[in-house]
Design a protein around this ligand. Structure first.
Ligand code: C2E
Ligand code: CA
Ligand code: CA
Ligand code: CA
Length: 276
């Protein structure tokens, strides 16, 4: 038994060191990619159902790798969160989002840009100050910026994270709860830590027409949003029938492939021009 235990420990350490090596490698590649300008922000339209107008968009990062091509954030964001590379990467993302926000307004499109902020990005003590500095260095009006956070930040973040949210909200930056319904679903926190938007997770929308339970949950979330004065965005809307049902339920905004996929800035502008 001792022997097996030893072997297991040996195996575990070996496995661990492989994982560490891979993380160190990806970490260095991300920093290198940042220096070489390999990252790009794609923009996905968000439409107000009442007016049919694209009034917001979500910034989604892409890694345009010289050898490996377009890499999805699902592959590098979680690693970046673990190694700490998310700090410079996230600051670059915010900086670029502010730049694009100005460009959008200069080309006549008054569109809010929604930016993802993961829990790990909130860790540094001065994260809120840093972000405000970046936003102000571009002179972006604060009401043009939305930060997308997850339920876990509100649940486990403690007072220091909530202070950061409150500081930024106090400056006029809006907050949205991403992937709503997939986390702890402790609705109580919504009373104590007001946010501006909640985004119903795509997993509730996919079977909206076929699944009665999903439909009921979506209806309840929208009602709850209305009651609390929180505007509701449905993500992952892929067809007209889903859009029509969400409109009937009183949902405020939709986002999804039905309306448009995430696009590079130039294509997003072309999309907007064809749209109006
Ligand atoms: P998320 O924030 O939930 O972003 C929505 C994801 O759903 C995006 O995937 C988007 O392309 C995809 N999507 C949008 N509409 C539809 C649809 O109708 N159908 C389907 N099947 N998918 C749709 P993406 O761009 O691959 O991003 C994945 C995740 O990576 C994001 O999920 C977010 O958690 C993270 N991420 C992306 N960009 C950033 C970033 O700039 N910062 C941080 N911290 N995380 C990011
Ligand atoms: Ca998001
Ligand atoms: Ca989401
Ligand atoms: Ca999601």
């Amino acid at each position: 038994a001792k022997r097996a235990g030893k072997n297991r420990i040996f195996f575990f350490n070996d496995h661990l060191s492989q994982e560490v090596k891979r993380h160190v490698q990806v970490h260095n590649e991300i920093l290198d990619g940042l220096r070489k300008g390999q990252f790009e922000l794609y923009l996905q339209p968000i439409m107000a159902l009442s007016s049919g107008r694209v009034s917001k968009c979500e910034a989604l990062v892409r890694w345009v790798h010289p050898e490996r091509g377009l890499i999805s954030p699902v592959e590098f964001i979680p690693v970046a969160e673990q190694t700490g590379a998310i700090k410079p990467l996230g600051e670059w993302i915010l900086d670029e989002a502010c730049h694009l926000s100005n460009q959008l307004r200069e080309s006549g499109h008054s569109i809010q840009v929604s930016i993802n902020r993961s829990v790990a990005e909130f860790y540094p003590k001065d994260a809120d100050q840093r972000w405000l500095q970046i936003i102000d260095s571009h002179n972006v009006p604060h009401d043009m910026i939305v930060f997308e956070i997850t339920e876990s930040l509100l649940m486990d973040g403690g007072d220091s994270q909530l202070d950061k949210i409150n500081m930024l909200r106090g400056k006029g930056i809006a907050f949205s709860i991403d992937d709503f319904g997939t986390g702890y679903s402790a609705i109580n926190y919504l009373r104590h830590y007001p946010v501006d938007y909640l985004k119903i997770d795509r997993s509730f929308i996919t079977d909206l027409l076929e699944d009665e339970q999903d439909r009921t949950l979506v209806e309840v979330i929208i009602k709850m949003g209305q009651t609390l004065g929180i505007r509701v965005v449905a993500e992952g809307v892929e067809d007209q029938a889903q859009m029509d049902m969400l409109k009937e339920f009183g949902c405020d905004y939709i986002q999804g492939f039905y309306l448009g996929k995430p696009l590079p800035y130039d294509e997003f502008i072309a999309f907007l021009s064809g749209d109006s």
